[in-house]
Design a protein around this ligand. Structure first.
Ligand SMILES: NC(=O)C1=CN([C@@H]2O[C@H](COP(=O)(O)OP(=O)(O)OC[C@H]3O[C@@H](n4cnc5c(N)ncnc54)[C@H](OP(=O)(O)O)[C@@H]3O)[C@@H](O)[C@H]2O)C=CC1
Ligand SMILES: CC(=O)N[C@@H](CCC(=O)OP(=O)(O)O)C(=O)O
Length: 327
């Protein structure tokens, strides 16, 4: 039995992973935490989210005493926090000997020079950063099993990399072009004008400057063009990727490359059929659909995930299970 503390548990990803952990026979919840001055401290999580009524824990303020109790009682922490808050807390708990599953982007780049540009802070926890590995569950299982500091990937990178990594041997210098649409929960729970009901209308954002572009490029080992869009739905991401492959690449070779997911319970691959967001919402799954034109060498692949599940919470749970070798 592994005892897990969840920090940032009142947020969208924190509440989601709390519900997932609650349902696991071999995991227990050490506690659910919010900031010291949170308006939600003391409230049962199920008051905020009646849909998670099976969770009986209340939200506790993350005081110095609470941190000490986590270190004494928990095996691992899940951090579902803003990047800059995770930066400090991940290093603190890692140094205390706990396993850290960080949903933020604070440890996803191994190169500290990336953080001022993409996250607006200097990375000041270099010893912990050196230990961190990227928790793309289908591709990094060995590192996830052997490391206590796991940077769970971003939602768009999860959708994009799951589609693109099998194609790596066939890529040329031509940049894959990724157009992705996310539901509004991708922006988190706190009130912001651009995510309010009357403001949301399908539109691109972060054009040629979103922090997930370098995350995808680093993990793929190939530059990409990445354009996210905000859509007027709650959950889910659909990333549609267009890429020209090496001359002579055959449809059969691509089928063989995607066979890497044949034994996966989570990634499903379809040829000449395409997924819808609703096919994956509230599930841990990623559904890929691809079509290839041998003559032009162009391939189009769509990748659908639930941003709060495979894009965050259920991928973190995959990492926890791989790390602790749970079924
Ligand atoms: N939403 C998504 O689809 C995805 C999000 N992520 C990443 O996951 C992380 C969490 O995102 P999300 O769940 O959307 O965020 P939310 O804004 O919904 O939740 C943030 C949580 O952090 C808590 N919090 C804020 N400050 C502190 C603090 N100092 N100490 C303890 N708790 C604190 C908040 O509660 P309170 O303010 O009341 O204290 C709240 O529980 C982010 O880094 C995000 O980038 C990753 C993949 C997908
Ligand atoms: C719709 C929306 O706003 N989505 C978020 C991505 C959420 C996520 O996965 O991101 P990180 O963990 O990398 O922050 C954004 O574009 O910033």
């Amino acid at each position: 039995m592994k005892n897990i503390a969840i920090i940032g548990a009142s947020g969208y990803t924190g509440a989601q992973i709390t519900a997932l952990i609650q349902a696991e026979a071999e995991l227990t919840i050490q506690g659910l935490y919010v900031s010291e001055n949170s308006l939600d401290k003391g409230k049962p999580l199920s008051d905020l989210y009646p849909v998670y009524q099976q969770v009986k824990h209340s939200l506790q303020p993350l005081t110095a005493e609470a941190k000490a109790a986590i270190v004494n009682e928990a095996d691992a922490v899940v951090l579902a926090l803003e990047h800059v808050i995770s930066l400090e807390l991940a290093a603190y708990f890692y140094e205390q000997g706990l396993a850290v599953f960080d949903l933020s982007g604070a440890y996803r780049f191994s190169d500290p020079a990336q953080y001022p540009k993409w996250y607006g802070f200097e990375h000041n926890q270099l010893a912990t950063l050196e230990k961190a590995i990227y928790g793309l569950a289908e591709w990094n299982a060995e590192a996830i099993a052997n490391t206590r500091m796991i940077a769970v990937p971003g939602c768009y990178p999860t959708a994009s990399l799951t589609a693109l990594k099998p194609l790596k041997p066939f890529l040329t210098d031509a940049y894959p072009v990724i157009n992705a649409v996310s539901g509004v929960t991708g922006a988190g729970r706190k009130a912001q004008l651009h995510t309010s009901f009357c403001e949301v209308s399908l539109t691109p954002y972060g054009v040629l400057g979103h922090r997930h572009q370098p995350e995808i490029a680093t993990q793929l080992g190939q530059e990409v063009i990445f354009t996210p869009h905000l859509g007027n739905f709650k959950r889910g991401i659909l990333a549609t990727i267009t890429v020209q492959l090496k001359p002579g690449t055959t449809t059969e070779q691509i089928s063989e490359a995607y066979a890497v997911y044949d034994n996966s319970d989570i990634v499903k691959v379809m040829h000449n059929r395409f997924p819808k967001v609703d096919d994956v919402v509230l599930t841990p799954n990623c559904i890929l659909g691809w079509k290839y034109d041998e003559q032009s060498g162009y391939l189009v692949v769509s990748s659908a995930i639930d941003n709060l599940m495979k894009g965050a919470a259920s991928q973190a749970l995959q990492c926890i299970k791989i790390h602790y070798q749970l079924a």
